[in-house]
Design a protein around this ligand. Sequence first.
Ligand SMILES: Cc1ncc(COP(=O)(O)O)c(C=O)c1O
Length: 314
Amino acid sequence: MSAAPENPLDALPTLADSIGRTPLLPLRRLSAATGSTVLAKAEWLNPSGSVKVRAAARIVREAQAGGLLAGRTLIDSTSGNTGIAYAFLSAALRIPVELVMPENVSPERKAMIRGYGAAIRYSSPFEGSDGAIRLCREIVEKDPGRYFFADQYGNDANWRAHYEGTGPEIWEQSAGRVTHFVASLGTSGTFMGTGRFLRERKAGVTLISVEPTGAIHGLEGMKHMASAIVPAIYDPRLADRRMEVETEDAYRMVLRLAREEGILAGFSSGAAVHAAVEVARTNPGSVVVTVLPDGGDRYLSTPVWEDIVAGDQR
Ligand SMILES: Cc1ncc(COP(=O)(O)O)c(C=O)c1O
């Protein structure tokens, strides 16, 4: 007797299986005058809406494989997107999650995390992501047996997610033509993992990291390394060049992305694309690849969004 045929519906991927393999979009209008090609990874199309789900999923999978999540709650500090990603995975994979974040992250982020059913602990709105890191460490130190500290800033699974995902995808989608890779720095996972992979494939590729110009900035998710707690996974030697972007320039590029390319992206995408277009302009004939970490819809209720749109009309 032959075995009963397998149900093909059982093979359908779940949302958690559908992380990565995002489109690489040509920014034709923004790069038209540069004499180069600018390509951007559409990371807001990931489940839970940002690039951070790549790292979060890898962290969770490695912890599960190592038995580190058995009977424990995953805890981490996050400025928002990683939190949403963990919260999504918490629901999708049925693991308890607790997140520590600055009280002033955008209302959409808090609402999404609570929507997925994860718990939130708030750190001081005046201490940014570093305040969340400090509070998270305190909570874990007080009750180490209760938690698996995911530590996105120090966990190698973060950059490995990009070394094995984002990097190979960019290599294939650009048919190996990428000459420059530009990425904004938060934990640095995207830059470190993708950069390492591309460098191994093509020694001559130029790797450019992007930071805000100072400690006080309006680029949620990004870090000014010189004045911040430096992530353990960050190695500044990988970058051929560091670029700094003014908040205002990033905001202007957010509007240009929306109006010239039809891409409603977040603020760190504006920073990355501002830098990428500058690299394209000063290196004619190049193929510049960058990453759009999240979508603009996460920021629509922030006062600054009104200012950005109003400023354009003045
Ligand atoms: C909106 C946004 N942009 C950029 C980044 C930086 O990505 P990475 O942590 O991989 O450096 C983050 C990280 O949290 C982010 O949330």
